[in-house]
Structures are given as structure tokens and as C-alpha cells.
Design a binder for this molecule. Structure first.
Ligand code: SAH
Ligand code: SF4
Ligand code: F3S
Length: 455
């Protein structure tokens, strides 16, 4: 019988990409992916440590899996390997196995290329009647990419391509520099090798990924340094990708060269996720964000000059230590001035090992929730308003998945909105699946659009 792997993904797109690569490496070892944990020989939780809630969710999932595994073993079923990967694994390492002895294997985000070896080792321990206790939290990124670039890619129409990893910015609230390690740009040749593979597999939309993707500065074998802007132009010229996106960008690294790309590279989509986090200079400085509110607003102005219809997105943290009502109102002002197409917002969460967690001017939790509610009300209004502006327009939609019913398809607009269409019957839906189709937007909701085919 073929062996099976189940992976649950938490957190950011980086983890989504990593999960796909894990499935790839294990497919090479004969493992098939399953969406049922009780079917799997190895269960991997690819975890996120960004906020306390995200990390705690992992422990409750482990609890549930422990019960499932106990039942299974009692019935004489397989004793699957339970592995915790990703950022919680990196941050809490061996502590996970202490807190949850049922976990056989703990491995950080830069080690999953070793998953086959670790699995063989875990299997061996199990056969000899011991509990495997494998912990691997190396942070050597280049080694991971080296061993993965040889493997295959899955054939979807929209794909992620990681070009940069890790972060050197050290925002005072954030765990990423500790869980992913320092900033690392993949070489031009490595990136292009993967891009060509995706292109050959018929991918129409590529999203270039990095924790700070616009800080990309990969070298070529000839000793040339590539910027993100240069890379996007080159991909637009040399591949058949119809859509190129990138995420996440830091305001500090939003160069004029990159802004210009939005103005004259047709394939570069009119959507930009550019988190400002907070609206007062005092708070962004305490956050160690390396930009001011004025410089952020100038970037927004410049990008709208070259691409007036661009959809802007962002991240916000409310209740950062020392945030007063006036500071929070400054955040509301930035939001009102920018008019976002969509955005993510969070209550500040104290993360172990980060500087801000030790500061004594923490904001009370009821204040955080009140501020979050006020902010989200405005962001929701803006998202709805943006969605309303697309009603009546004809826009290209990449139909990438089926909806609730067989005759429904769901795709994305150039502006990253979800677009639903009911094509009438399942056979037709199959025919349009994975295609880029011009659609007329007939109505808008708070989170999505409805459309119909124009021809
Ligand atoms: N590299 C990206 C985002 C990384 S994490 C960037 O710099 O913009 C995604 C988002 O999670 C962050 O933008 C921030 O808004 C949020 N976040 C990170 N740490 C947090 C914390 N301790 N509490 C609350 N939100 C946090
Ligand atoms: Fe975290 Fe800041 Fe780096 Fe983004 S730039 S990953 S928020 S430390
Ligand atoms: Fe979470 Fe790690 Fe991504 S902490 S947000 S999964 S980089």
C-alpha cells in the first residue's frame, strides 16, 4: 500500500509554499498526499508563531490528534508519525515534545528537505519500540533551496515561488527574524529554474514570495545583482506568465524602480500589500519599522501616480505598548487617507523573546479590542466600497477552484478579489476551470464579487 502524508498549514503564504515543497519531497519517497489525518502514515503540522493564538491552536490540535491516534492504535491500526514543523517548532523546539510527548518529530522551517531522512529515523525508532524524539532546528536556508530545486512542481494555474526568506528588520514585536533566520535571497539562476518549471507546467499566475520580498537582491553566476523590479521585468519578458504578483513588501524597500514596474509592466498586477502597522511616528519608531508615516504616504502617492487603479492592502497592529488614544486615532487617519481595498488587522500579541514583550507600558486588553473593532469597521467599509467600484466593469478573472456547487467556479480579479460565477452545469465548469476569462461583475459583497461571462 502507498504511504500517505497529511499536512495542516497555519500562518502565512510562506508556509503554504513550504507545505507544497514538503509534499513534493515526500512524493519522491513514494508518499501520496491525503486530506484525512487518520489515513496518514505521517501527520505534519506546519505551524505559525506570529501571535499567541496561532501558537496555542497548534497545542489544541495536537491534543485532538493524540486522542485520534490512541483510538487508532487500540483498534490495531497504524501508529502514525506525528511531526510539528514550521515556526512554532523553530521557536519552541524541544519544549513541544515536553509539553506534548505524543509528538515524534520537531523540525524548523529551514530543515524540511530532510523530512525523508527524519521519517526513516522515526520509523526505525518506532519499530524498535521506542518513541522517536527527533528535533531539527537548523537555520541554513541555502542548503534547503539547493536540495529542493531539483524536485518537481505541482501543476496549478496559480503558483507561489519563494525568492527570498527570513528577515533582518527586527521589528520589536515580531518573531520572524528568530523563526526564519536572517534575510536570504535565492540566486537568479535558482529562481529562474523554478520559474521556467512553473511556466512549462502551464502556470498563468505567479506570486513571488518573501518575508521582505522587495528587499530581494539575488546574485547571478556572472556576479550581477538582481532586484525585485529587475526580476519582474525579466519574468514578464521571458515567460508566458500573464500575472505576476509579489508579497510581502516592506515600505522601507519600496524603491522608485519597483514603483515604476507597476506603471509599465502589464503583467504586474494592480495590487500591493504594503503594511504600515500603525499611524503615528512615535509608534512606528518604537516598532523599529525603518520608515515614517510621511515616507509611507509618499510611497502610496507615487504608486498611485503610475497606477491609479491599484488596490492597496496592509497590516495593522493595535494596542502596541505605549499606544495612546491619540496614537490610535493617527492610525485611523492613515486608513481614511489611504482607502484600502482590503487589509488585515490584529491586536498586539506579546511574543516571547521579542523586545516589546518586556516593556512595561502594555495596553490593556479591553482597550485593544475596542480599538480593533473601530479599525475593522472602517476597513470593512473601505473593502465594500472598493468592491462596489468594480460592479459593471469587465475584468479578467483566473478561475482557479470550484465553488460550493459543481456548477460554481471561483477565481481572482487582478485586484485580488474573489469572484464567483455560476456557469450553469458541472461539465461547463470543468471546461472553464483553470482558465483566464473576461467577466462582467454583476454585484459586490463585503468579501467577494459575483460575475458572468461576457461572451
Ligand atoms: N514581513 C511582513 C509581515 C510578517 S507577519 C512585514 O513586515 O510586513 C504578518 C503580520 O503579522 C505583520 O505585518 C503584523 O501586522 C502582524 N504581527 C506580527 N507580529 C505580531 C504581534 N506580535 N502581534 C500582533 N500582530 C503581529
Ligand atoms: Fe517581522 Fe518586521 Fe521582519 Fe516583517 S519586517 S517579518 S514584521 S520583523
Ligand atoms: Fe507565521 Fe512563520 Fe509565517 S511565524 S506568519 S508561519 S513566517
Amino acid at each position: 500500500m502507498t504511504k500517505k502524508i497529511y499536512v495542516k498549514t497555519y500562518g502565512c503564504q510562506m508556509n503554504v509554499y513550504d507545505t507544497e515543497r514538503m509534499v513534493d519531497v515526500m512524493a519522491h519517497e513514494g508518499y501520496e498526499e491525503t486530506d484525512k489525518p487518520d489515513d496518514a502514515d505521517i501527520i505534519v503540522l506546519n505551524t505559525c508563531h506570529i501571535r499567541e493564538k496561532a501558537a496555542e491552536k497548534v497545542y489544541s490540535d495536537i491534543g485532538r490528534l493524540r486522542v485520534m491516534k490512541e483510538k487508532q492504535v487500540k483498534k490495531g491500526g497504524k501508529d502514525s508519525i506525528l511531526a510539528v514543523g514550521g515556526c512554532v517548532a523553530q521557536a519552541e523546539g524541544a519544549e513541544i515534545q515536553r509539553r506534548a510527548p505524543v509528538v515524534d518529530m520537531v523540525f524548523g522551517p529551514q530543515t524540511y528537505h530532510k523530512l525523508p531522512e527524519m521519517t526513516v529515523e522515526a520509523d526505525k525508532s518506532k519499530k524498535s519500540g521506542e518513541r522517536p524524539r527527533i528535533v531539527n532546528t537548523d537555520l541554513n536556508v541555502s542548503e534547503k533551496f539547493k536540495s529542493l530545486s531539483k524536485k518537481g512542481v505541482s501543476a496549478k494555474k496559480s503558483a507561489f515561488l519563494t525568492i527570498q526568506e527570513g528577515c533582518d528588520k527586527f521589528c520589536t514585536y515580531c518573531v520572524v527574524p528568530y523563526t526564519r533566520g536572517g534575510e536570504f535571497s535565492r540566486s537568479y539562476e535558482d529562481v529562474m529554474q523554478d520559474a521556467v518549471k512553473l511556466n512549462d507546467a502551464g502556470v498563468l499566475e505567479v506570486t513571488l514570495l518573501g518575508q521582505n520580498v522587495n528587499a530581494y537582491h539575488g546574485m547571478s553566476a556572472a556576479g550581477e545583482q538582481w532586484s525585485l523590479a529587475g526580476l519582474i521585468r525579466h519574468l514578464a519578458d521571458t515567460t508566458d506568465f500573464q500575472r505576476i504578483r509579489y508579497t510581502t513588501s516592506h515600505p522601507h524597500d519600496m524603491t522608485d524602480e519597483l514603483i515604476a514596474v507597476h506603471g509599465d509592466v502589464e503583467q504586474c498586477m494592480p495590487y500591493l500589500h504594503l503594511p504600515v502597522q500603525a499611524g503615528s511616528d512615535k509608534i512606528v519608531k518604537a516598532m523599529n519599522r525603518h520608515h515614517t508615516i510621511a515616507s509611507y504616504m509618499k510611497t502610496i502617492e507615487d504608486i498611485r501616480k503610475v497606477r491609479p487603479d491599484i488596490a492597496l492592502s496592509g497590516d495593522f497592529i493595535v494596542g502596541f505598548p505605549g499606544e495612546t488614544d491619540a496614537d490610535f486615532q493617527a492610525t485611523m487617519k492613515v486608513v481614511r487617507d489611504v482607502e484600502y481595498a482590503q487589509a488585515y488587522s490584529f491586536m498586539y500579541s506579546e511574543r516571547p523573546g521579542t523586545p516589546a514583550a518586556n516593556w512595561d507600558d502594555q495596553v490593556e486588553s479591553h482597550v485593544k479590542s475596542e480599538r480593533l473593532a473601530e479599525l475593522q469597521q472602517e476597513l470593512n467599509r473601505q473593502q465594500r466600497a472598493f468592491n462596489d467600484t468594480t460592479v459593471g466593469k469587465v475584468i479578467p478573472v483566473l478561475l482557479e477552484r470550484t465553488g460550493k456547487q459543481d456548477s460554481h467556479l471561483v477565481g481572482r480579479s487582478p485586484y485580488m478579489q474573489s469572484v464567483y460565477v455560476d456557469v450553469g452545469d458541472a461539465a461547463l465548469a470543468k471546461q472553464y476551470f483553470g482558465k483566464m476569462v473576461d467577466m462582467k461583475i454583476t454585484s459586490a459583497g463585503p468579501r467577494s464579487l459575483k460575475g458572468e461571462f461576457v461572451s
